[in-house]
Design a protein around this ligand. Sequence first.
Ligand code: NAP
Length: 248
Amino acid sequence: MPDQTATAIVTGHSRGLGAAIAAELLARGARVLGLARRGNPALAEAYPEALAEVALDLADPAALAEWLGGDRLRLHLTGAGPVLLVNNAGMVEPIGPAGTLDPAAIARAVALNVTAPLMLADTLIAATTGAPDRRVLHVSSGAARNAYPGWSLYCATKAALDHHARAVAEDKRPGLRIESLAPGVIDTDMQAAIRATTEAQFTMRERFVGLKESGGLSSPEDCARRLVAHLTGPAFGASPVTDLRDFG
Ligand code: NAP
């Protein structure tokens, strides 16, 4: 893919892995539309022309549907060459054993981790009909493939992304590649939130404390560099469910 001309949409570009993915794409010459509740002032200052930002609560499906019904996304895609959608925004909460979770928190987690990525993917696929190279990346997790106590919401929502990618791949839409990718364990606010849980909520908490203390977390920048190389490379979409750690 000639990534100099790529047009990208990145959710959760304000911090963590999404900020690093947006930075990597911008450094490679892509035009990026970032969607998050907050902006990314450092990137906006560094790339005033190439970065566009929209403040949106992606856990609010009605607000997202209204935004998708407008023309901002279509304008961003007008005249686009290769198109990339990175469904990165996500949350690990609510954490705790079944029967202890707040129903409203369950609804927000499903809305952010599943509903929004699926709405964005479908709208983007429709809006890019006829485009020869359009790629959808769901940022999944090892939790989609292994069950962890206290993480039933996170495991279930990430598994939904994996299966969505598998099924969409079966649709064989022209020019479309889709992949649900586990990025590894990354030193972001999400890891801090995991370490801030109690043993009662998450019995595996100590494992994540140990990863931080032993330097076992990837930096967002290193992860994003490898992720974007894969996203824009020839092997992207060859398998709908992948793990970045398998790509070296
Ligand atoms: P993070 O540091 O918590 O950042 C989350 C990003 O999502 C922020 O940019 C945030 O922006 C955005 N976001 C959260 N709630 C939102 C909402 N309601 N509406 C719009 N945007 C929202 O998380 P991260 O660690 O970078 O994680 C990024 C992705 O990687 C997630 O999908 C996560 O599940 C996955 N992942 C992470 C790890 C890890 O070890 N960190 C491991 C496996 C998978 P605003 O707050 O500005 O809205």
